[in-house]
Ligand binder design. Structure first.
Ligand code: GDP
Ligand code: MG
Length: 163
């Protein structure tokens, strides 16, 4: 069976930035605007001689708050079906929003391993802000900066144990 890692989370948390870092491809569109990534993107990553597929979930077309939330929940359901391991990416600079609560609700029912990845932890001070994400009820959290790459090694060391 193939090894598949899906990255889920609301728009603008940094999913595509991590995807690009892991896959070193330019397939995903990264933009400052929320919801810019239109499609699901697939790439190949490698860590300690193991290769795996990474899915960047995006593609949120919405015209109301409710449709937006439903679309994100749908993406999470698809990711759980399709992947062996799910990364739930959150943003330390915005904290827990209703959308995080909604996604966490779906993920807590999943039997697949889920890792809470707190992104944009660009410096040491932000590390203490990240502890609020324990309240999502999904266990251990991993603080990273997708931009600089800090923390991604520790995360991948754990993720790769599933493959
Ligand atoms: P996505 O919508 O979840 O795919 O998020 P993107 O990867 O498109 O990133 C959204 C914005 O967050 C962009 O402006 C990125 O440059 C920025 N971003 C991503 N990772 C980091 C990070 O580790 N630190 C900071 N400060 N900004 C980041
Ligand atoms: Mg994106």
């Amino acid at each position: 069976m193939s090894n598949i890692l899906a990255i889920v989370g609301r728009p603008n948390v940094g999913k595509s930035t991590l995807f690009n870092r892991l896959t070193e491809s330019r397939k995903a569109i990264v933009d400052d605007e929320s919801g810019v990534t239109r499609d699901r993107h697939y790439g190949i990553a490698e860590w300690t001689h193991k290769s795996f597929t990474v899915i960047d979930t995006g593609g949120y077309v919405f015209n109301s708050e409710n449709v937006f939330e439903a679309a994100i929940r749908e993406q999470v359901h698809i990711a759980i079906e399709e992947a062996n391991v799910v990364l739930f990416m959150v943003d330390v600079t915005t904290g827990i929003t209703d959308l995080e609560d909604s996604i966490a609700q779906v993920l807590r029912k999943s039997k697949k391993p889920v890792y809470v990845v707190v992104n944009k932890v660009d410096n040491h001070q932000l590390q203490s802000d990240a502890t609020e994400f324990y309240s999502l009820g999904l266990g251990e959290i991993f603080c990273i900066s997708s931009m600089s790459g800090s923390g991604t090694g520790e995360l991948l060391d754990e993720v790769i144990k599933n493959f």
